[in-house]
Design a protein around this ligand. Structure first.
Ligand SMILES: NC(=O)c1ccc[n+]([C@@H]2O[C@H](COP(=O)([O-])OP(=O)(O)OC[C@H]3O[C@@H](n4cnc5c(N)ncnc54)[C@H](O)[C@@H]3O)[C@@H](O)[C@H]2O)c1
Ligand SMILES: O=C(O)C[C@H](O)C(=O)O
Length: 484
């Protein structure tokens, strides 16, 4: 779908031929080395019509064909007074036409903030003989307000993608779009798909996409160990989703067993990987995973994450809609857990700072807490969140990879082992590093409103019970196995 917009209209590259040929669709990955790295993926797109324009989210820039053609050379980015960006080739950098006027773009405190579309022209390049390229800019953010501390000249280097990611439960509603999004990451060299259902065709399908990562398929338990060898991140969306009428216990009884058995394999084959648990109920499956890792003697709490990014994504979206703000600008930390009232959006800590009436706080909080059920009911038995979950999980994977890659400014909310409250696991914003969770952010829990403070106290008993349920499940299973 391509259509023009009045605002932010992309600058049409000159000399377009309007070729409708499906030219080589070869992506290129760049990395801006520097304090605030950008990850650029140039996705080649053939034009469908001469008048076609590119959809933009926040930024539209025009990049000269020489720049694309010289991708192997160092490119430079330098912020200019108007906060526009110049991208050029070394000392002879040519300014770009910019329509981006969003200094707030760099505000906020979550990890992967946005993809910005860039349209550009290319005759000869890594892109082949195509005409247009689209640049997705994946940006890193620091938890601070005000102008970013961008270096004046950050070098842009072609980046060798290097990380391997395994998706366990890859044939499912979450797993498939998640695998596609991970395959699009410039940081990924291989995506391992594992499922008890056949994933051969899904891997082949994904491998037709001309993004650099290779997708490998592993079907059935006999291939589980191989799917985990050498991976840096393991993402687990295996298990049944919530359906109308299903109790939390129904979900737990099935998924706890799945997570336990998968975690045994992870412990044996990828003990150093970052582990992202998506399978519900996250409040209990993360403790299940922790207990399995402990029993195997490889538990490192810094590397075990319950994925709660969807709550952050939803909170940011709903707040932006309610307050008529640009989506890209809004970020809301969400703490507690990932179910019902254990999901606590800290609206008072929304960035940029927004004021809410009591009514709005109540309405938004309840909507964010029940957003999962909104989808379960809407899908009427066909499952729960899949596409938004894949989007959120891909963001968390990308943030993890950036941290593994040495980026020192990666923050995400996640359900992790925690000492922020008396509960052993708690979702909050954490700083990520190569080792996993490097730091909690205690200040997020300070200065809460009365509403938030009460909601925090109210969620604790329920979250505690969920955590204990996960722990005792593993202990009971172990005891049962020991007694024959
Ligand atoms: N954390 C969140 O925010 C969030 C959001 C949405 C969904 N979820 C959860 O994600 C899970 C997956 O949801 P979905 O919609 O993709 O479900 P789905 O039924 O579409 O897919 C689940 C997949 O898991 C596979 N699977 C089952 N047992 C397995 C095993 N032992 N090993 C490997 N694969 C196995 C199935 O074959 C299937 O392909 C559910 O538990 C759901 O509740 C979590
Ligand atoms: O799959 C579910 O149970 C719901 C999911 O966790 C969601 O938040 O949408």
């Amino acid at each position: 779908m391509e259509r023009g917009t009045k605002k932010n209209t992309p600058i049409e590259p000159k000399g377009q031929t309007g070729s409708s040929q499906e030219a080589n669709r070869l992506p290129i990955c760049y990395r801006f080395a520097g304090r605030h790295p950008f990850h650029l993926t140039l996705l080649h797109r053939a034009r469908v019509q001469p008048s076609a324009r590119w959809i933009t989210t926040t930024a539209t820039r025009c990049i000269t064909k020489e720049m694309i053609a010289s991708a192997a050379s160092a490119l430079y980015v330098s912020p200019v007074a108007s906060y526009g960006t110049r991208i050029g080739l070394g000392p002879k950098a040519k300014p770009l036409h910019l329509s981006q006027k969003t200094p707030k773009l760099f505000k906020g405190f979550n990890g992967l903030k946005a993809a910005a579309l860039v349209s550009c022209e290319s005759d000869t390049s890594f892109l082949g003989n195509g005409r247009n390229a689209t640049v997705w800019v994946w940006e890193s953010f620091k938890p601070k307000l005000g102008r970013p501390n961008l270096r004046t000249k950050s070098q842009l280097k072609p980046q060798a993608s290097s990380f391997k990611v395994a998706v366990l439960g890859a044939a499912g509603g979450v797993g498939q779009p998640l695998a596609l999004l991970i395959k699009m990451s410039p940081l990924v060299s291989a995506v391992h798909l594992y499922d008890i259902a056949n994933v051969k065709g899904i891997a082949a399908d994904l491998n037709h996409c001309n993004t650099p990562a290779r997708v490998l398929d592993f079907t059935g338990e006999s291939e589980l160990a191989s799917s985990l060898k050498g991976v840096d991140v393991v993402v687990i969306p295996a298990g049944i989703p919530q359906k109308p009428g299903m109790t939390c216990d129904d979900l737990f009884n099935v998924n706890a067993n799945i997570v336990r058995s998968l975690m045994e394999a992870v412990a044996d084959n990828a003990p150093d990987a970052f582990i992202h648990i998506i399978s519900n109920p996250v409040n209990s499956t993360v403790p299940v995973a922790a207990e399995v890792l402990k029993q195997k003697g490889v538990y490192d709490p810094r590397r075990l994450f319950g994925v709660t990014t969807l709550d952050v994504v939803r909170a940011s979206t709903f707040v932006a809609q309610k307050k008529n703000l640009k989506l890209i600008d809004v970020s809301v930390p969400v703490i507690g857990g990932h179910a019902g009232i254990t999901i606590l959006p800290l609206l008072s800590k929304t960035r940029p700072s927004v004021t809410f009436t009591d009514g709005e706080v109540e309405e938004l909080t309840v909507r964010i807490q029940n957003a999962g059920m909104e989808l379960v009911e809407g899908k009427a038995g066909a499952g729960s969140a899949t596409l938004s979950m894949a989007y959120a999980a891909a963001r968390f994977v990308e943030s993890s990879l950036r941290a593994l890659d040495g980026d020192g400014d990666v923050y995400e909310c996640s359900f992790v082992q925690s000492d922020l409250t008396e509960l052993p696991f708690f979702a909050s914003r954490v700083k990520l590093s190569r080792k996993g969770v490097e730091a909690m952010i205690p200040s997020d829990l300070q200065g809460l409103t009365d509403y938030e403070a009460k909601a925090l106290e109210a969620l604790k008993p329920e979250l505690k019970a969920c955590i204990e349920k996960g722990v005792s499940f593993v202990h009971k299973q172990t005891a049962a196995a020991a007694s024959g």
